[in-house]
Design a protein around this ligand. Structure first.
Ligand code: SF4
Length: 336
């Protein structure tokens, strides 16, 4: 096992957004968007953060990108603390950590040709020696994302959704990033296009040693891409495991419910669907005890008053789950 420090370390991250009201704009409530999240991502690794809308997964990505200050916790990149770094020192971090959003159309300037979209970060970070070098770098990016070089003169609206996402990926690669946060990056795409973009990301990861933090509401999307999965519910990670373990031996009832909605490739095999009641509760007033207790099919008294902690479960290294049922001797006891 590698002793090298992870590329990204997130320790006890909290992000609470104040809600202000009244004449003086005083704080009247808080949105507990992320409430104590710890994980790491190694070089060349993909970690997926999965959960329903409103679970806080995108807030985690934005906190790492330093789009706002965090409430509590620490974020390290290659061992250097970045969550409290002054804005004047963030430039090299912005070069190394890039993002690909769900909707490339709204994140690409419609009035810029692809050549200029890709040249901008190369210029901004002073990565080209001269104009010719700049053009060669732009063409190399087009090759990397498998778009024709002669398309650099076109505008974003002249591309399909999948091609636009390739441009978004090329732009993320342009400054030489070593961590790319993919925030629902393939969610808006058709199934076949989605598969192509996932394959492209996997190939780029192999070629460039990229680390990917893949944020998705859908476990099926990450199944063929990820090395590890962290499942989030209402601001907390409730289970984390390597891909094989999570899909074969899920412990947490929420993970099991999410997995039950993932289609099984073998048509003769059946997976019992677990339908969760209601929606994710408001992060303004999260439930006491286990935050999942209002929807959990296996809730019992203790769940309503005592918060379960993330603890090692099963036999696979790095497999943790936060559920009181995991403490019962004899291993996983969640009924099938
Ligand atoms: Fe369900 Fe209780 Fe486990 Fe929470 S702690 S997931 S409510 S059984």
């Amino acid at each position: 096992m590698s002793t090298e420090r992870p590329l990204l370390e997130v320790n006890g991250l909290k992000k609470h957004f104040p809600i202000r009201g009244g004449l003086l704009g005083q704080e009247t409530a808080r949105v507990y968007a992320v409430d104590g999240v710890t994980f790491d991502v190694r070089r060349g690794e993909t970690l997926s953060i999965v959960g329903e809308s409103g679970c806080g997964k995108s807030t985690v990505g934005r906190a790492i990108l330093r789009l706002f200050d965090i409430t509590e916790g620490e974020v390290y990149l290659s061992g250097e603390r970045i969550d409290n770094m002054p804005a004047t020192r963030l430039r090299p971090i912005r070069q190394r950590v890039q993002v690909v959003f769900q909707d490339p159309f709204s994140s690409l300037n419609p009035r810029m040709r692809v050549r200029d979209i890709l040249a901008e970060p190369i210029r901004n970070f002073g990565l080209a020696k001269n104009r010719r070098d700049l053009n060669e770098k732009v063409e190399a990016l087009m090759d990397k994302v498998r778009l024709p070089r002669d398309a650099v003169g076109r505008f974003p609206h002249e591309f399909s959704g999948g091609q636009r996402q390739r441009i978004g990926i090329a732009r993320a690669l342009a400054p030489g990033a070593d961590l790319i946060i993919c925030d629902e990056a393939v969610s808006a795409l058709d199934v076949s296009v989605k598969a192509q973009i996932i394959n492209l990301l996997a190939d780029l990861q192999d070629e460039l040693g990229l680390a990917l933090l893949f944020i998705s509401h859908d476990l099926a999307t990450v199944e063929h891409l990820t090395h590890r999965v962290a499942v989030m519910y209402l601001g907390k990670i409730v289970e984390v495991a390597d891909r094989r373990t999570l899909f074969a031996e899920p412990h947490h009832p929420y993970t099991r419910a999410l997995l039950s909605a993932v289609p099984v490739p073998d048509p003769t095999a059946k997976r019992q669907r677990i339908i969760l009641k209601g929606d994710v509760p408001s992060p303004i007033n999260p439930p006491s005890g286990c935050r999942f207790h209002t929807r959990c099919p296996f809730v019992f008294d203790r769940c309503r008053v005592e918060e379960p902690i993330l603890r090692h479960v099963g036999s696979a290294p790095g497999h943790s789950s936060a559920c009181h049922l995991d403490e019962v001797p004899g291993g996983p006891v969640v009924p099938d």
